[in-house]
Each structure stands twice: as structure tokens, then as C-alpha cells.
Design a protein around this ligand. Structure first.
Ligand code: ADP
Length: 537
């Protein structure tokens, strides 16, 4: 037998403190930069754990974070785990009612709040039923909040012991909590065990997955409240990579400046981030040295091929396409080319990048029809993807909706896909985003991707609008580039994509809007568009 060794997230922290004591953690703080090491981070995390104990946080208690990507948030990713408690990352962009719902539903005992975000909590404070302490993530001179009895983070840390005395917990105990932003209905909570986070970190760091090296300088743009920041804070700590945090409201200029100045090697974010960066570079004409970047991880929604190509051809940067969800800690698959596909032509290799890639080792996957019967992996048959594995949730916490999604040990993703003979997943659409036209399904993702390949198109989202005869028909909502020479028209767009689609797939209309609304995690918000164009004829 092998040793009994619990897979705990705290081991990740201990390993970094022991083996990477001098590696750097960098945060943009306004015009300044805060730098410290894993040794500092470990000491402060130990102090935070003890400070939370002093505030009465015990095993299983929830500690909410309400913060940007910064070093204090990193400390809060680990400190509750050291005392057997749970970090609950709260989405700072939720509507107030949803914030109230998730904080009360999680039963957060303490909230750790970035100073500039405090007004958002002040506005809902009297509706919070479980919070006993508000802690402002700053120095004493940043304590301008009106929150009752708010404590200062740095004061608490200074007073707390730096002794590291981790709680004796079992690997299946919960250490993390995140609510999906749920585009319909109330948010749903997903709990993560120590074990899930540990195994997810090991797997996602593998070269054929995200690939994380000690020598990397990783800057995740994906917010720390979105699906565990895709695991980067844990994975980077486990392997001793330097972590770069972009701080408050990172816009494309900040992203480019940070990459250049901090020699970032890996960055990560949803496609709208990378579309925005590309647009900024084109419009501003500013030249940045981005040569340190070895890869950009993009996931959360499909990466349009045109964006992938622009990064490769204009910036010499590879976009690595990843797929996952809050329910999966979040990684499911990554697009890496299998060796036996090396013979593909250049064009075929490019096209392969539209795929969400191959499933991570450890995850079982099924493609099924509406009766739950398995479909062939032939790249043609479309069905729903089901998953199970060591870092997949088995329920939404305290939520009756669990029964619709977690069935007989499988997580039903609601994602419609094909899988080809090589195991490559191609997400066709989310079930709720597909356009049902005369009993047939049209993929909004395919149409969007094709429209976004037009050089004068900045963003495009395709939605279903009700139709008296066909039930639903596609409507394309398009944002043109400000510097486009000729104004775009419906015909330009339809003529551009016509060769690639059957006639009945073509959108009935194309509307030009100033901006595609985004969800709280930066994806195209089709719910808002559907409401706006519900009566569009
Ligand atoms: P939300 O539901 O708020 O968007 P998640 O990030 O958990 O929060 O959403 C996960 C979903 O996002 C997946 O089920 C899938 O529909 C979509 N998704 C994630 N990554 C990709 C990708 N690379 N390509 C296409 N869709 C993706």
C-alpha cells in the first residue's frame, strides 16, 4: 500500500513557501506596483488564518471575498483553508439582489472587501443576514467606509500571530465556494473540496493541458471571482510561478503595459478581453513589446478563429483554447494538437483551433441524445455533453435545481457539441442559445464566428427571435470597427458568410449596435439582447 496522504490545498501553500520562497508576486496598485515573495505571502496568509480565528471563524464557516485580482485576494484564497474554513469568491458585478442572495445563501460570516468596492456592500448591508464582520482589504488610511464596525485588514494582520497551524481536515472537506452567474434564475452555488483543487491544479499544470512552469510569469485577467480564476492562483502557487495581478479594472492598455513591464509569459481571459486588446492595439497604434508572452489562454466562450489567427499572425502569440465551467473547478478540456495530427495542412491546423480540444485525463465524458443514449464520436452527431471526474461538483449546494443537472453520477452540462474521431470537442452552442428554426437547430456560435471573421466587424452575437412560422429565426447583432472605411450593411455581412452556410441558416436580419452587452464575467449577454430584440421583425 502507499501512504495515506490527504490531498489538501494547504499543501500547495506549504510547498511554495518551502521551495519557492523568493519567487515574486506582483500587483498593480494604481500607478504603483506592490511586490513581495511567497515567503511574505505565506506569513501573511498564516496571519490571516489566525485573524479569522480571532473573529470567530471556525471549521466549515464561509469567508466571502469581494475583490479585484490582487495579492490580498490571493491570501484570502488560502487562509480560510488553513483553518478548515471556506473561501467564497463573490462576483462583484452581480445585480444587488443576486449579491444579497448568494451572501445569505452561503451564510458568509466575514466579508473581505476591497476599499473601492465597499460602497456596493454598503448599499446592501442591511439585507445581509449572516455577516458578522466586514473587513476592508487595505491600510488604516483607506478606512473610509460607512459599513458598521468595519475592521482594517492590515491592522488585523499586524495584530495576529504568524504561527502556521493548519487545521486537521480531510481531503473531501470544502475549502472553496463559487456561484455560477446563471444567466437565468438565481445563481447556483458550487463547493470545492481540498482534493478537487489539488488534483485540478496538478492536472491543469500539465504541458498538454494549460501548462504551467516555475519560470512562468502568469497574469490572469479572468477575475478571481470567476470559477476560481480558472485555478491559476492554486496552480501557479503549486509550481512556484511568479504571479502578476492586474488590480483594479484592468483595461486593454493596462493589460498591454503589464505584459510589457512585467514580462508576462502566460495570460488568461475570456475572448472579449482578447478582442478588446487587439482592437486597442489597432486603434491606438501604440507599439508594445509583448514578446515575453508564450501563450494566452482563452475560454469561457468559443474563441473566434479570426481572433486566434490575428494573435498568431500579428502578435506572434498562441491562443490556447480551453473549455470548462464553474461546476468543474473549472477545467474540462484544452486544445493541444495531438502528434498524429501533425500531417494536417496549415489551413486544417488553423481550423482545429476552433475546437475546445481534448478532455483532461481523469474526466469521463459522454455525448448523448435527448434520451441519454450515447452518440458516435464522428464529428457529425450533435448531443449534450455529460461529465464526471475527481473535480466535478456533484450538486448545487442547498438547491433543488441539483436534481435537473446532476443525475446518476453525471453532470449534465447543457452544452451541445460534436466530438470527432480524435476526441476533439466542438461546442455547437449552449442549449439555451441555439436557434430553433422549423424544428431544426442553428448554432449561434458558428454564425458569430463567421461574422467576426469580417475585418470590419469588432463583435457579433447571434440570438433567436420569435417567428410566427418558424418558431425562431436568427438575428445577428453586430458592432462594427470604429475605423471601418465603409459603413457595414446587412448585405455585406450576409454576402460575407453566405458561402459557408445553408440558406436557411442565414440570419433574417442584421442589426448594428454600439456594443454587445456583456455578462458579469465578460461573455456576450444574449439574455439582454433577446429581451431587447424580442419583438424585432
Ligand atoms: P456562466 O454560466 O456564468 O457563463 P461559467 O463560466 O461557469 O459561467 O460557464 C460555463 C459555460 O461556458 C460552459 O458550460 C459553456 O457553455 C461555456 N464555455 C466555457 N468555455 C467555453 C469554450 N471554450 N467554448 C465555448 N463555450 C465555452
Amino acid at each position: 500500500m502507499t501512504m495515506h496522504y490527504e490531498l489538501l490545498a494547504t499543501r500547495i501553500l506549504e510547498h511554495a513557501a518551502t521551495h519557492f520562497p523568493n519567487k515574486e508576486i506582483v500587483t498593480r496598485v494604481g500607478e504603483d506596483t506592490h511586490r513581495y515573495t511567497y515567503t511574505d505571502m505565506f506569513t501573511r496568509t498564516s496571519r490571516l488564518g489566525n485573524a479569522l480565528r480571532e473573529l470567530g471563524v471556525g471549521r466549515g464557516d464561509r469567508v466571502g471575498t469581494f475583490a479585484w485580482n490582487n495579492y490580498r485576494h490571493l491570501e484570502a484564497y488560502f487562509a480560510p483553508a488553513t483553518i478548515g474554513a471556506v473561501t467564497h469568491t463573490i462576483n462583484i458585478r452581480l445585480a444587488p439582489d443576486d449579491m444579497v442572495f448568494i451572501i445569505n445563501h452561503a451564510g458568509d460570516k466575514v466579508l473581505l472587501i476591497d476599499p473601492d468596492l465597499a460602497p456596493l456592500i454598503e448599499a446592501i448591508a442591511d439585507r445581509l443576514t449572516s455577516v458578522q464582520h466586514f473587513v476592508i482589504l487595505g491600510e488604516p488610511d483607506e478606512m473610509t467606509t460607512a459599513l458598521p464596525n468595519a475592521a482594517c485588514y492590515e491592522t488585523l494582520l499586524a495584530a495576529a500571530s504568524s504561527e502556521y497551524s493548519p487545521a486537521d481536515v480531510d481531503e473531501y472537506s470544502t475549502m472553496g465556494l463559487c456561484y455560477t452567474s446563471a444567466t437565468t434564475g438565481l445563481p447556483k452555488g458550487v463547493a470545492y473540496s481540498h482534493r478537487a483543487v489539488y488534483i485540478h491544479s496538478l492536472t491543469s499544470a500539465a504541458s498538454d493541458m494549460i501548462g504551467v512552469l516555475e519560470r512562468d510569469r502568469i497574469m490572469a485577467i479572468v477575475p478571481m471571482f470567476h470559477a476560481n480564476c480558472w485555478g491559476f492562483p492554486y496552480t501557479a502557487t503549486m509550481f512556484g510561478a511568479s504571479q502578476i495581478f492586474p488590480g483594479v479594472r484592468p483595461d486593454p492598455r493596462v493589460i498591454c503595459e503589464m505584459i510589457e513591464r512585467e514580462k508576462v509569459t502566460v495570460s488568461a481571459g475570456v475572448p472579449t478581453i482578447w478582442i478588446g486588446v487587439l482592437d486597442y492595439l489597432q486603434r491606438s497604434g501604440v507599439e508594445y513589446d509583448l514578446s515575453s508572452l508564450r501563450q494566452v489562454v482563452s475560454g469561457g466562450s468559443a474563441v473566434p478563429l479570426s481572433v486566434w489567427q490575428a494573435y498568431r499572425d500579428r502578435l506572434g502569440v498562441e491562443i490556447v483554447h480551453a473549455y470548462g465551467m464553474t461546476e468543474a473547478t473549472p477545467l474540462i478540456s484544452v486544445n493541444r494538437r495531438r502528434s498524429w495530427l501533425d500531417h494536417l495542412s496549415d489551413q486544417e491546423r488553423v481550423e482545429l483551433n476552433a475546437s475546445q480540444g481534448v478532455v483532461a485525463p481523469g474526466i469521463d465524458m459522454k455525448l448523448v441524445d435527448e434520451n441519454g443514449d450515447a452518440l458516435a464520436w464522428d464529428g457529425e452527431q450533435r448531443g449534450e455533453l455529460w461529465f464526471r471526474g475527481p473535480w466535478l461538483a456533484d450538486e448545487y449546494i442547498d438547491d433543488e435545481r441539483s436534481a435537473e443537472t446532476f443525475i446518476d453520477g453525471w453532470y449534465h452540462s447543457g452544452d451541445i457539441a460534436t466530438i470527432d474521431a480524435n476526441g476533439y470537442i466542438q461546442i455547437v452552442d449552449r442549449v439555451r442559445d441555439m436557434v430553433r428554426s422549423g424544428g431544426e437547430w442553428i448554432s449561434s456560435v458558428d454564425l458569430e464566428s463567421a461574422i467576426m471573421a469580417h475585418p470590419d466587424v469588432l463583435e457579433a452575437a447571434v440570438i433567436a427571435v420569435p417567428h410566427p412560422r418558424w418558431q425562431e429565426r436568427p438575428l445577428a447583432c453586430v458592432v462594427s470597427r470604429s475605423e471601418a472605411a465603409d459603413p457595414l450593411t446587412k448585405d455585406t455581412i450576409l454576402d460575407f458568410i453566405r458561402p459557408d452556410f445553408a440558406r436557411w441558416w442565414l440570419p433574417d436580419d442584421v442589426v448594428f449596435i454600439d456594443e454587445i452587452p456583456k455578462t458579469s464575467v465578460g461573455k456576450f449577454d444574449k439574455k439582454v439582447l433577446r429581451e431587447r430584440f424580442e419583438t424585432h421583425a
